[in-house]
Write a protein of this length. Structure first.
Length: 344
């Protein structure tokens, strides 16, 4: 073999080795890229899960607040308040409630002072405290309660005004507060609320103390404890801020049917709808009994909101429902089942 042929053979082997190294390097980079991509995807999925899960293990709401409708939020710090946020008109109402407000707790619990309801629920089952407070206040005010927020370390916020102003004025308060609160709203919903409150002008934020309004009567219990009793009719005439502008603007006709043996159930639902600005034209009983509430009617913002409140079923489950027959000409029809009776 000539020296020239030997050199060509060696060059060919070197070239082959270089090609193999390049090929292996490319393969290694592809594998590394896949690993990094999987890790990033995993973190992204985990982030999405965190942002769409209730904060700090309070049971989640059955529907997601997307900012289209009013939000009614119970806030517990050293006391209890209801925040009504109207994103359409960019205004907010905060109602402070006394701890010795005496109210009925649905579910057969009887009447309790507001300051004791959380512990009552938690002593029954962990996570039940927020649910009892929401249902009790929903029944008292005749409004849907969309969420619950509890601030454990509230020394820096002696008044609800301090907390609201911190949320509105400090752009970084949202992330810091996440570590101090528990809520059935997700971080995404809470951030949407924060951004919405920032847009509200100071003169469109109204703070009310229920004890300063002419809606409470005092009563002495058997153990001589003095409590406040609220008049529901008076509450309805004062708190017109709970009206949702979208529902009021559509002004669709609504029929409510009681499909249970529970008396006055349709009247309770009518009150909630009326306080939202809904136009209830029919309140009646339905001859058949239903376990679950059913709602159907004209596609609209009103139908979406009322479905959230009365029948928050998933679309795939709603498709399986046999809708009740009725001669009602209302644009939206609600048939109240036992689930609503147990909740309210």
């Amino acid at each position: 073999m000539s020296a020239k042929s030997a050199t060509k053979k060696i060059d060919w082997r070197d070239t082959k080795n270089r090609l193999n190294k390049i090929r292996n390097l490319k393969l290694g980079l592809v594998v590394l890229g896949l690993i990094v991509g999987i890790l990033i995807l995993g973190q992204l999925i985990n982030f999405v899960k965190i942002m769409t899960s209730p904060l700090n293990f309070v049971p989640a709401q059955k529907y997601f607040w997307d900012g289209q409708f009013n939000l009614n939020l119970v806030i517990q710090t050293s006391s209890t308040s209801i925040l009504n946020f109207n994103p359409q008109e960019e205004k907010a109402l905060i109602v402070s409630l006394p701890d010795n407000l005496y109210l009925d707790v649905p579910g057969g619990y009887g009447s309790w002072m507001l300051g004791s309801i959380y512990n009552l629920g938690e002593s029954t089952q962990k996570g039940q405290g927020p649910k009892l407070i929401k249902t009790a206040l929903s029944s008292l005010f005749g409004i849907p309660i969309d969420g619950y927020l509890r601030l454990e370390n509230h020394q820096n916020y002696p008044q609800i005004e301090n907390l609201i102003e911190e949320i509105r004025q400090n752009p970084f308060s949202g992330m810091s507060l996440f570590t101090k609160i528990s809520s059935d709203l997700t971080p995404l919903e809470l951030m949407r609320l924060k951004l919405g409150l920032i847009k509200v002008r100071f003169d469109k934020i109204n703070y009310l103390d229920l004890t300063n309004l002419a809606v409470l009567d005092t009563k002495s219990l058997a153990d001589s404890t003095t409590v406040f009793m609220a008049d529901s009719a008076k509450l309805d005439t004062i708190f017109t801020s709970f009206i949702d502008p979208k529902i009021r603007a559509e002004n669709l006709s609504i029929a409510v049917f009681n499909a249970t043996d529970y008396p006055q159930l349709a009247q309770k639902a009518k009150r909630i709808i009326a306080n939202l600005g809904g136009n209830v034209i029919i309140v009646s009983n339905y001859p058949k009994q239903l376990k679950k509430t059913i709602i159907w009617g004209e596609e609209s913002a009103s139908l979406k909101r009322l479905t959230q409140i009365f029948s928050p079923c998933r679309e795939k489950d709603c498709d399986k429902i046999d809708f009740p027959e009725t001669s009602s000409r209302a644009q939206i029809n609600i048939f109240l089942g036992e689930d609503f009776a147990q909740a309210f």
